[in-house]
Design a protein around this ligand. Structure first.
Ligand SMILES: Cc1ncc(COP(=O)(O)O)c(C=O)c1O
Length: 383
């Protein structure tokens, strides 16, 4: 018996550094600050809300677009926070996490040969998603060192074939948060074009030092052309539940739903009911900035005692550091060494670039219990 030969659709995709680092961290019993998810549990009330839904028998297929109470709660949250009213029936769709939302948006609007601008470093699914749609990824670097958008470079990458641009703020991996001024610049740049925006806002509730998240929803000229993507996994410490949503004008949502219908069709019913009930109280997401800012500060204070040079941490649960004063190694080699010899796992920023650009910066995740962070800091203090 032989398996017929096949031609891969994603020749450049192999085992990622995330898998390699997690395996190494487990093998060496290292403190894993590589993985981008919490090592603490979610609010028991949220678990109760989902359990109640299951016990009530809410266990069959929900409507294709998501249950109405959850779509309505999302629309109300966006209206309250960003002053833009989406119609819950035609403009909000519940998805199987942000990852499915992003690929679905791309498959819905990108035709073979269309160009899609991505700003590197970026989340690893964007480029393969564009390629699966037959699109051409156009990589534009964020400014090395600051990771701010370079509008000259973005403008220079726009052609008559540009279908969409993907942005992510607060930004994984750098932790930068786009300012109002930057969003206005983007709005101005896109105004004379037919370019769509996919705005990955999964870290929308993790912004620090009094900053406000500048959702694309706040800017009428952007909102009219944008798929806003968010994820309950990040906001409620339940990354494994894989539930998120897309907010987009009706015409975009209609196309989105055509693809959504045939790639997942629907999303976990009891979790949707649990989230709808839990979302009625804004306290958990309103408290999230303070919750993570305290962890960020604890972690940064500890890192100040090492030779790492700290990069700004404006948002997300990631902290980047420059390793130049600690080691001569390249980022990926450094991360392997740090995991094996020091016992703390981190992720090289080069993993977020198509060409492996190495700027001597690595990313730590601080969505961890205080004792996990303390234990990592104790090990890093040797550096
Ligand atoms: C920037 C970014 N977008 C999307 C996702 C995926 O979110 P989800 O788990 O809801 O699919 C992540 C998760 O790490 C992320 O960092």
């Amino acid at each position: 018996m032989t398996t017929p030969p096949l031609q891969t659709k994603l020749p450049k995709v192999g085992t990622t550094i995330f898998t390699v680092m997690s395996a190494l961290a487990a093998e060496r019993n290292a403190v894993n600050l590589g993985q981008g998810f919490p090592d603490f549990n979610c609010d028991p009330q949220l678990v109760d809300a989902v359990t109640d839904a299951m016990k009530q028998g809410l266990n069959q297929y929900p409507p294709m677009t998501g249950i109405a109470p959850l779509r309505e709660a999302v629309a109300a949250k966006i209206a309250a926070l960003y002053q833009h009213t989406y119609d819950a029936a035609s403009e909000i769709t519940i998805t199987a996490g942000a990852t499915q939302a992003i690929i679905t948006a791309i498959l819905a609007v990108v035709h073979p040969g269309d160009e899609v601008i991505v700003l590197e470093p970026c989340y690893d699914s964007y480029v393969p998603n564009i390629e699966l749609a037959g699109g051409v990824p156009v990589r534009v670097p964020l400014t090395p060192g600051t990771f701010r958008p370079d509008f000259g470079k973005i403008a220079g990458a726009i052609t008559s074939r540009t279908r969409a641009i993907l942005i992510n703020s607060p930004h994984n991996p750098s932790g930068t948060v786009w300012s109002e001024q930057e969003m206005l610049q983007l709005q101005e740049l896109l105004a004379p074009t037919a370019i769509l925006l996919i705005s990955d806002e999964v870290y929308e509730h993790m912004v620090f030092d009094g900053r406000q998240h500048q959702s694309a929803a706040r800017f009428a000229g952007l909102a009219a052309r944008t798929f806003i993507v968010s994820s309950f996994g990040k906001t409620y410490h339940v990354t494994g539940w894989k539930v998120g949503y897309v907010a987009a004008p009706a015409a975009l949502s209609a196309e989105f739903r055509k693809v959504h219908q045939f790639n997942v069709f629907t999303v976990n019913t009891p979790v949707q009911h649990g989230l709808a009930a839990y979302l009625q109280d804004p306290t958990p997401y309103r408290q999230l900035p303070a919750f993570y800012q305290r962890k960020r500060d604890l972690f940064r204070e500890g890192l100040k005692r090492t030779k790492f040079r700290l990069l700004p941490g404006e948002g997300t649960y990631f902290q980047c550091v420059d390793i130049s004063d600690v080691s001569e190694l390249r980022e990926a080699e450094f991360c392997k060494w740090l995991t094996s010899d020091i016992g703390v796992a981190a992720i090289p920023l080069s993993a977020f670039y198509g060409n492996g650009f190495d700027q001597r910066v690595v990313r730590f995740c601080f969505a961890k219990k205080d004792e996990t962070l303390q234990s990592a800091l104790q090990r890093l203090a040797k550096l």
